[in-house]
Write a protein that binds this ligand. Sequence first.
Ligand SMILES: Nc1ncnc2c1ncn2[C@@H]1O[C@H](COP(=O)(O)OP(=O)(O)O)[C@@H](O)[C@H]1O
Ligand SMILES: [Mg+2]
Length: 509
Amino acid sequence: MLLSFNKIGYLVKILVKIKRYNVAPILKQTNVSPMVYTLIRLIPIPKKRKFKHEHIGKRLTMMLESISPFSIKFGQVLATRPDIVGDDIAEYLANLHDNVTYISFKKIKRIIEKDLGKPVTELYRSIEEIPIAAASIAQVHRATTIQGDQVIIKVIRPKVEEKFRSEFKTIRWVAKVIECVSPAKTQRLRFQESINEIERTVYRELDLRLEGSACYEMAENFANDSGVKIPKIHWLLVSKNVLTQEYIAGERIDNLLAIKKFNLTPDSVLKNLAEMIFKMIYRDGFFHADLHPGNVLITESGDIGLLDFGICCRLSKDTSVNLLKSFAGTLKNDYKASAQAHYDAGWVPKDTNIDDFAQALRSIALPILELPQEEISIAKLLTQMFKITEQFNMETQPQLLQLQKTMLVTEGVGRKLNPNVNMWLLAEPIIMDFIKEKQSPKNIAKEVKSELYASLLESKAMISNINELSENLNKKLSEKSKHHKYGKNNFISNLILIIIAVLLLKLIL
Ligand SMILES: Nc1ncnc2c1ncn2[C@@H]1O[C@H](COP(=O)(O)OP(=O)(O)O)[C@@H](O)[C@H]1O
Ligand SMILES: [Mg+2]
């Protein structure tokens, strides 16, 4: 129970940061913590002027970046939960960068040797001592295998697991405290659930064998596709803390200069990206759910290079089919069909009135579909669909939320590369070919035995008129109207409370 100057200093630093980055106003918007808001207001330090006109999401991102590796990881996981923080803030949080200093090669060497059980000289021909990337969980080095293959070695930083476990312990305690002071019950439940989710995600990322296995599965799925490059895993050089995989030469996908240098066009890159996403989600039902531009490369030959399979998600075939049905219903102005797809999928309770639900779907879809084509966002459509589901007393499934986030991040890349096109339209030919092929008598006969495709057969009627669907899509996407914004800030105030309470706890322990 000793108070130390360090801890007091740290606490003061955080409170000052909240004030300087002007993140506190968000506390006022909720009824969670008027006390903390007042406390921060009283700190006699001016807000940074340069942040004055920045969005709250940007200010929060900068604040988290400046606190600790843990707060960065926390923010990065939150970025994957637009349902909690709102789309706009999630989009900002997705840009959180770890600014951690890298650890010495001596320590990295020790981890590799301990995990793989041999001196590094027997495992690799050479390893570059300066890492190409260093983040809060892992560090990445380029290397050459004994056989001469160019690889990267990803190594988990020492003691990360212990540190995260102790921080989570503290956070759980804080969550309980917040439960006592927070007046809104649903908010409290959501808060606990979010911490669970964040904890699960972080622990999955702490075992690199799982990442290697996800990467391998994705590579198998894309084995016969051109345009996508997925690193080959060197399994004899893999352990819980060490992952060795093929080096992929390329640049970040949102690097417009690199795209030009490679003699590619933003549209060709976007088309490739949209096709890949479509295949991952609808064809394979297994998708990369952390597609921020740092994890996606563009190679000189125009291939999309996928990295970092720490967060991947599965969608069952019938979920995919119901999603397709739901979208198709929406685009065909047949909201009842769309509502029925939600009902069949079990995304709304069985006692839901389908007409009421169809009406609600129409009310959220039309303001989006009336937008100019380049602004129409599938991610926003999904977000709104899931919000409606919540209103009908149903929790949205985590994999659907990950799907929504994947769409959101991808559309962000799309806007950066070419704000004047809708990237999904670029992939329309392949999407339509895919649906047509799925309906071919040969394929239906092949699949009809399986229960999964019984539902696809059912949906045959829905997708039978491809031309009509295509026409409707084009028509909707070419109509114009105004922009539409929304956001959700409650969780942010809880996040700030956590940071403060963690520090308070450090003071008294
Ligand atoms: N197979 C690879 N080929 C080339 N560069 C890679 C590869 N894997 C990782 N990198 C580089 O290292 C960075 C960090 O790797 P990543 O797996 O994304 O780690 P983290 O989980 O810390 O984000 C990537 O953004 C990329 O620049
Ligand atoms: Mg990464």
